[in-house]
Ligand binder design. Structure first.
Ligand code: 6MZ
Length: 347
């Protein structure tokens, strides 16, 4: 990790809503995977982007490919998911929505169904061990894989939403934003929405996506990932901003990811400022804590130091994230209760 956050931020109870499983793999877990697969000749420098380093978004996607080579059996997925959940819990995250793209691997016999089952097993195992975190799962569509795979993914997600006792709550649309067009995925996303899956869509992560964003906002999604280029100051449009505000769609904002992936010039230029000043629901998230060498405490601290937020304001920010979770109202109530109990310990 680049550096460790101050105690206040680590002890702050937090909600993480935008975390890709294979982007969240820590140095320690990569170490274990490298030992399992020495023949791949992969080094740490190929799986993470360290302090002060930047990559193009395209290079970031190459990093995921390397990690996917290391995580290609049910055994790997189980270990990775358990480690990631425990690391978030150790960082003070009380509620986590993990997202991941189900993958089939001919070589190892991994199936997409087995993939999802294994993530759910990891979540269950952590719960049985009493790890202090409520974890839900969003099944991810990788936009690179096109219309048909998107529809199959929705069908799988639907099946698991019905059988996983509330663990699978929604669907994520992610993947390289420069590939494909959202219009081709619209039928799959519409179907997901109709069957009760919550939708979190990566929108306007790069500048060329305004038309797609405008179209997908008509669904409307339940949350937006990044939304970096939606507002007029960065070439977006007021009508897109108005749609987001009118539908009160929360944004998942990942500061370090956007700076290291070079879609945002520096921390002070991050669009957190625009949306936060509007009073629009903005949730601080990590995106890929392993790849970008960060954690959620650090992201809160960076937001506070960059935009001059008081500790009270940081507390409110973390508390308001509860309103944006995909789990039902009863879970929100439990979390609000937890935040109330923890407030006196921090202030
Ligand atoms: C878009 C991203 C992403 O699904 O194998 N992913 N998609 N933008 C980003 N910004 C940096 N970061 C991660 O985790 C890795 C996958 O998550 C998506 C990509 O599809 C990547 O392959 P899983 O667990």
């Amino acid at each position: 990790m680049d550096h460790e956050a101050d105690v206040f931020y680590r002890e702050l109870p937090k909600v993480e809503l935008h975390a890709h499983l294979n982007g969240s793999v820590s140095f320690q877990t990569i170490e274990k995977l490298l030992k399992r697969k020495p023949h791949l000749n992969i080094e740490h420098s190929m799986t993470a982007i360290g302090k002060g380093q930047r990559r193009t978004l395209d290079e970031c996607f190459q990093v995921f490919k390397v990690i996917h080579q290391l995580v290609d059996t049910e055994e790997d997925i189980l270990m990775v998911a358990i480690d990631v959940i425990k690391e978030f819990a150790a960082d003070g995250v009380k509620y986590l929505e993990l997202r991941s793209t189900p993958r089939a691997e001919k070589k190892t016999g991994l199936t997409k169904k087995g993939y999802i089952e294994t993530v759910i097993k990891a979540i269950q195992q952590c719960k049985n061990e009493g790890v202090d975190i409520d974890v839900r799962f969003l099944v991810a569509i990788d936009r690179r894989n096109g219309t048909e795979v998107a529809m199959e993914t929705v069908e799988l997600a639907e099946e698991f939403m019905l059988s996983s006792h509330g663990v699978v709550v929604g669907l994520d649309l992610s993947g390289d934003p420069t590939v494909g067009h959202g219009r081709d995925l619209l039928p799959a996303l519409q179907r997901a929405k109709n069957c009760g899956l919550k939708l979190s869509l990566h929108l306007s992560e790069v500048q060329s996506q305004l038309e797609e964003t405008d179209l997908l906002l008509n669904l409307p999604p339940d949350r937006i990932g990044h939304g970096t280029f939606m507002h007029p100051e960065v070439g977006g449009s007021q009508s897109v901003v108005d749609k987001v505000i009118k539908n009160n769609i929360p944004l998942e904002l990942c500061l370090t990811s956007n700076v290291k992936g070079q879609t945002v010039l520096n921390y002070s230029k991050h669009h957190f400022k625009y949306w936060y000043q509007l009073g629009h629901p903005s949730v601080i998230c990590t995106d890929d804590k392993g790849v970008f060498c960060t954690d959620l405490s650090q992201e809160y601290q960076l937001a506070a130091s960059t935009f001059g937020l008081s500790r009270e304001a940081v507390w409110t920010l973390s508390q308001q994230a509860i309103d944006c979770i995909f789990a039902p109202e009863a879970v929100k109530q439990q979390l609000r209760q937890k935040w109330t109990e923890l407030h006196s310990q921090l202030f």
